[in-house]
Design a protein. Structure first.
Length: 502
């Protein structure tokens, strides 16, 4: 499977500008993911939301992203990457405007789902655009490294930006900031991003897509609503069973398809599978931390949204310092050192918080924030690099979409699981005295998640593991070299000339 790109004209085809536009789209989607967390207590008070309502405010967005991201990637390969990218920007921007005007919690969650549908068209498609804009492997690696750095910095800046906006103009202003940036990115994409698509586009896979939606929607709904209805209730058990059945059916169905939505062959690569699991785990840690920490700072300790956001600055600084270092370390030494270090730092940071109380000293909290920030900053670059390493460029969009979906699944699970722990043990986000103690199982879970990341970093970077990636790559057609493309183009011109002048 190869790609074709039309001749550039005007500003189109300038790789640096293309990268800037794609990073701009990532900025607003990643900022939105974490900024909303800081606003949750304000949303809860204004719209009278329970813990499950706050969970759905976050997970309605990330669930839509996770469920439809792979569909967006394959659709972009088929009808045009720039076209899908622009549609995503338009829908995300319109969804942001609608969220800012939501009259009730139900409408807010519905508009968050619309936002998520728009975001699902942005991240994997943008990474595919970047991959094709930088055909040289070294330049592509640097561009992907900058992309990964943008992920980390945007996620880290979200709580600070969210706190400032909530304090100055209320929680609705968090969605206002997306509108001018989204419009600017939409215009710049039309001017600078060239169109590209796969010459042999994959066919739609509606059954595979339905199975993906079933797996995620039933699992997340069961986790969130189980804390309220009881995990032993018949509807919740039925949802867990439905999710498990769909998980089992998905690979069996996809193996029979010539062009599956989720190709099980990818998961024969140990490094790729490891990158997917690390993506899920790392973002479970981040989203779970932000959810718990936001409620703890504002409800248990009584801080404002602004103060809560500013108190996460040490974490943001840790991510800002570690993200570019991780890219260079990954390029120089491979993914093992940053993955192992990231996992251990995350484990220690969460372990520090397992004894959290309403009067825990600030030195303890800030130490945990810095360690977690550095750990999370180290993890993004090796995830992205491992996901596309060894794959032909024609498969970059699919492999990136699967791994990015893993990130969003982690975001879903972090809020769903950690929020349900709080809801089950307190019943309300406003029970300040009990909230700190209720969070202890959550911190233990996050600490175990860090150890899992470190273990995967060791297991997936051995020589035997790397050999599985090489074997998987042989299942896919390789991209033609420039010389082969030129020769192919010459042959086409000769054939057309003969047809015109027999």
């Amino acid at each position: 499977m190869t790609t074709r790109m039309p001749p550039t004209n005007g500003g189109r085809g300038r790789p640096g500008l293309v990268l800037a536009v794609c990073c701009l789209s990532l900025l607003i989607t990643a900022l939105d993911t974490t900024a909303v967390n800081v606003a949750l207590p304000a949303v809860g008070r204004d719209l009278r939301a329970s813990v499950s309502g706050l969970q759905w405010t976050v997970d309605g967005y990330t669930l839509a992203v996770a469920a439809f991201m792979m569909l967006a990637g394959s659709t972009a390969d088929r009808i045009g990457r720039r076209r899908v990218f622009q549609a995503g920007l338009a829908l995300f921007t319109a969804g942001s405007l609608a969220c800012s005007l939501a009259p009730s919690l139900g409408w807010l969650i519905a508009f968050r789902v619309a936002q998520g549908l728009g975001a699902s068209m942005l991240n994997p498609v943008a990474l595919s655009i970047i991959t094709h804009a930088f055909p040289d492997p070294r330049e592509r690696a640097r561009a992907i490294g900058l992309w990964g750095t943008t992920v980390g910095l945007s996620l880290a800046a979200g709580p600070v930006v969210g706190g400032l906006l909530v304090a100055s103009a209320g929680w609705r202003s968090i969605f206002w900031i997306n509108i001018p940036i989204g419009v600017a990115a939409l215009v710049l994409a039309a001017v600078f991003v060239p169109e590209s698509r796969a010459t042999a586009a994959r066919r739609p896979d509606p059954v595979g897509q339905a199975l993906v939606v079933t797996v995620l929607a039933s699992l997340i709904f069961a986790i969130i609503e189980g804390s309220r209805r009881g995990y032993g209730s018949t509807p919740i058990i039925a949802l867990f069973v439905l999710s498990a059945v769909a998980v089992a059916a998905l690979p069996r169905y996809e193996r029979r398809r010539e062009q599956p939505l989720v190709d099980p062959v990818f998961f024969r690569s140990v490094p790729f599978t490891g990158a997917f699991v690390v993506a899920v785990t790392a973002f479970l840690v981040l989203s779970g931390f932000l959810f718990l920490n936001t409620l703890y700072l504002q409800e248990a300790r009584g801080y404002s949204a602004l103060h809560a956001g500013l108190l996460t600055v040490p974490m943001a600084v840790g991510i800002a310092i570690a993200s570019p270092l991780s890219g260079r370390l990954t390029a120089a030494r491979g993914p093992r050192p940053p993955l192992v270090a990231a996992g251990l730092l995350i484990a220690v940071a969460a372990l520090v918080l397992t004894g959290l109380t309403a009067t825990t000293p600030w030195a303890v909290l800030l130490t945990a924030y810095v360690l977690l920030g550095i750990g999370f900053g180290l993890v993004n670059a090796p995830i992205t690099t491992t996901a596309v390493a060894g794959m032909p460029r024609a498969q970059a969009g699919v492999s990136a979409a699967i791994t990015t979906t893993g990130r969003q699944i982690g975001n879903n699970l972090g809020v769903a699981v950690l929020g349900s722990i709080i809801a089950t043990r307190t019943g309300s986000p406003h029970h300040a005295a009990a909230l700190a103690t209720a969070s202890h199982p959550g911190w233990w879970l996050l600490s175990a998640s860090g150890l899992l990341i470190a273990a995967i970093g060791l297991a997936t970077t051995t020589r035997r593991a790397k050999a599985t990636a090489t074997q998987v790559a042989t299942h896919f057609p390789t991209d033609p070299t420039p010389a082969e493309q030129l020769a192919s183009g010459g042959m086409v011109h000769q054939v057309m000339a003969r047809r015109r002048h027999p």
